[in-house]
Design a protein around this ligand. Structure first.
Ligand SMILES: [Zn+2]
Ligand SMILES: [Zn+2]
Length: 100
């Protein structure tokens, strides 16, 4: 990302475009969520002069996914259970058998 682009994202022009996209499309184009909407650039080729097709309205989750930012999936560590050795209870009989 260039500084120019970062500045552009803070500009009034961009905020107007952004609001317009949010107003017209209303929801995430991937999952339909209406929360935390963000405008994603499908292509940067027309940056500073975007066409509607260059932009996609995404919720923050889909947007992050689009940029490959995924929440680290917490894997539950399964502790290997210690196998209890089943010891056969020695009966008096078996003990007696072992005796010489
Ligand atoms: Zn979404
Ligand atoms: Zn994006």
């Amino acid at each position: 990302m260039t500084n120019e682009y970062k500045e552009y994202l803070k500009s009034k022009e961009w905020s107007e475009i952004r609001l317009e996209i949010i107003k017209t499309r209303k929801k995430c184009e991937r999952c339909g969520s209406k929360k935390r909407l963000q405008v994603h650039h499908i292509t940067y080729k027309n940056i500073f002069n975007e066409e509607p097709n260059d932009l996609e309205l995404l919720c923050s989750g889909c947007h992050k996914a689009e940029h490959g930012i995924k929440k680290p999936v917490k894997k539950k560590r399964v502790k290997p259970k210690k196998k209890r050795k089943k010891t056969k209870k020695e009966t008096w009989q078996s003990i007696l058998k072992k005796m010489p």
